[in-house]
Ligand binder design. Sequence first.
Ligand code: SAM
Length: 286
Amino acid sequence: MSKSGTDMRHHKKPIISPLRYPGGKASLYTRLRAIVRANDLTSGTYIEPYAGGAGAALGLLVTGQVRRIVINDLDPAIYAFWKAVVSEPLAISRRIEKVELSVKEWARQKDVYLNAPRDDYLNLGFATFFLNRTNRSGVLNGGPIGGMDQTGKYKIDARFNRDALAERLRLIALHAKRISVTNLDGMTVIKRYSKRDNTFIYADPPYFEKAGSLYLNSFDQSHHSSLAACLNSVSDAKWLLTYDNVSRVADLYADRRREIFSLNYSAHRVTKANEVMVFSDSLTVV
Ligand SMILES: C[S@@+](CC[C@H](N)C(=O)[O-])C[C@H]1O[C@@H](n2cnc3c(N)ncnc32)[C@H](O)[C@@H]1O
């Protein structure tokens, strides 16, 4: 199995998500798995209201740590991708195997990404995926790896390993019946699932300072406050939140347990970032 492929050796951090996500949380897999087990949630539903690449969710699902996952994202392009993966994985796989990797095709996919009807989820979803794999740092509104003239050190196909990506698609397709994909505001999802038993919500909303242009940022200061009001009001549910470690988080979640942690973050360069986890009161933290 190729190194960049679906690497599950030692069952440590399975790389299943086909999307590259700046700040992606697939690396939290081991911690989340421990928390799921400690809270007796292995037969339950794991929910990501701000899913993005959904790296941790997919890792937990395919290794059998949770029974079902919910992938929610408000960005219609990200939603279209996940919807296409779950409902038409073969069509996406076929396109992955055949699509031309050139600047001309990049321009065509960019046009689809910008102009396709939002409910044309196969075309919009594939265009989103194509740009995510061929743009610098996976940033959807960025330029292609290697530049428009392809004179850079790395070329447009540098992150498009067809075999490894098609394999990830096959693996997800096997578990598709246990994946729900929605396109709602994250708070709607939190309210919906926090009332149900046997659920675990992992919220990774757009950050205070890092969010910038990396992905859809529907959040302003008032959204951060509303999210805090929403989560604090259901602290008897089982949830975990991650944010950038800014003082607002300590203010908004003053009554909750918090823990600072580091994540390797590589949008433009590799740096150590300080992030913070916030835990609901009823969650057993390990
Ligand atoms: C920090 S990223 C999540 C990264 C993800 N946990 C991962 O590991 O790849 C935040 C995501 O939230 C989405 N988003 C932004 N505002 C939202 C909202 N109001 N409701 C739901 N999703 C939202 C963005 O499209 C983005 O994909």
